[in-house]
Design a protein. Structure first.
Length: 332
């Protein structure tokens, strides 16, 4: 089996004991001799290591490492994966029946070095389907078109999942040691390198969306800096490889700065005395982009959010404070 691996599934694991049995069973139902599942336990403190060690299946490779973060776990997965293609799965997500089989078959055909699939956002109040076929216009995909869709919609994202990559796209393309958005630049870099892209229909990756604001409200200044910096790097990447997408990338960076300002206002981990100065760092010069934003095809909600943010720290803090209070009143 060792020399016949076409697809390596890389799954970082950290304190997800409650989710592991489900995704392991889903993967087992789809296993074949052309695939392997590489599970990297990143120093879990719950029962995750025991769940992984109990797997009695030759298609699974279990590795334990001291806690070093999800980026280090994925890099470890890259180092040991034997497949010609790589698929990344998070243990709290799900895959449809036939997902791995369809990807393995496509990998064996060797027709593309990047494959994209449909996906669904699974929320407590329902499921939101994202269909690639709805944004392609029936035309073949290219790397440039994939990145264009990424910039203009939420059907293809900069995340790793709902895609399968030739392992060659990750040569010299490592995950940076940061807590926030560590997958974004490696993912879009891999996409930008693809020479042939294929859409695999009739299968679906199911992303479990956490609707709580706990993560956003606990971001530190470095987390926010990292989340903006990846969009700076993305703009630089597109300027070099696909300059026709540069204007869209500049708007994307502007929206990342808007989100940074909002997270600063909401975060409980940034001292109040530092918030105003940090806010101005990302909001500086936004008013000069007023025409760019309102002349774009962005949803009106995004345009209003930009306008609020560009108006300054105190108006933004006031508006989001009132929004939080109203939400609390509705729950009573």
């Amino acid at each position: 089996m060792e020399n016949d691996i076409k697809l390596s599934v890389i799954m970082p694991v950290h304190n997800v004991e409650r989710y592991l049995p489900g995704i392991i069973e889903e993967l087992k139902r789809q296993e074949n001799d052309a695939m392997e599942v590489v599970c990297i336990d990143d120093g879990s403190a719950d029962g995750s290591p025991a769940v992984l060690d109990a797997i009695d299946d030759p298609h699974f490779v279990v590795i334990h490492q001291a806690n070093a973060g999800v980026a280090a776990a994925r890099n470890h997965g890259l180092d040991v994966a034997r497949g010609e293609y790589l698929c990344f799965i998070d243990p709290d997500d799900h895959i449809s029946d036939g997902y791995i089989t369809a990807l393995t078959n496509a990998a064996e055909a060797g027709e593309a070095d990047l494959m994209v699939t449909d996906w669904a956002k699974c929320k407590p109040d329902g499921i939101e389907e994202k269909r690639v076929s709805g944004v392609t216009g029936g035309k073949p995909l290219t790397a440039e078109r994939v990145l264009e869709i990424l910039l203009h919609s939420d059907v293809i994202l900069g995340s790793l999942w709902a895609k399968t990559y030739s392992a060659k796209l990750f040569e010299g393309n490592r995950f940076p040691a940061q807590k926030t958005s560590s997958d974004f630049i490696p993912s879009v870099t891999a996409m930008s390198r693809a020479k042939q892209v294929k859409y695999i229909p009739n299968i679906e990756y199911m992303y479990t969306a956490d609707r709580s604001d706990s993560l956003q409200n606990s971001q530190k200044a470095q987390d926010i800096a990292d989340s903006v910096h990846v969009h700076v790097q993305f703009e630089e990447l597109l300027e070099q490889r696909y300059p026709s997408l540069l204007a869209a990338a500049q708007l994307d960076l502007l929206l990342a700065r808007v989100q940074a300002c909002i997270h600063i206002c909401k975060s409980v981990n940034i001292p109040t005395s530092q918030k105003k100065g940090l806010y101005h760092k990302y909001a500086h010069g936004m008013m000069h982009d007023f025409g760019l934003v309102w002349g774009s095809n962005l949803p009106v909600k995004e345009k209003i959010l930009f306008t609020i943010t560009a108006s300054g720290y105190y108006p933004t803090t006031l508006i989001f404070g009132l929004k939080t209070k109203l939400a609390a009143l509705r729950q009573k």
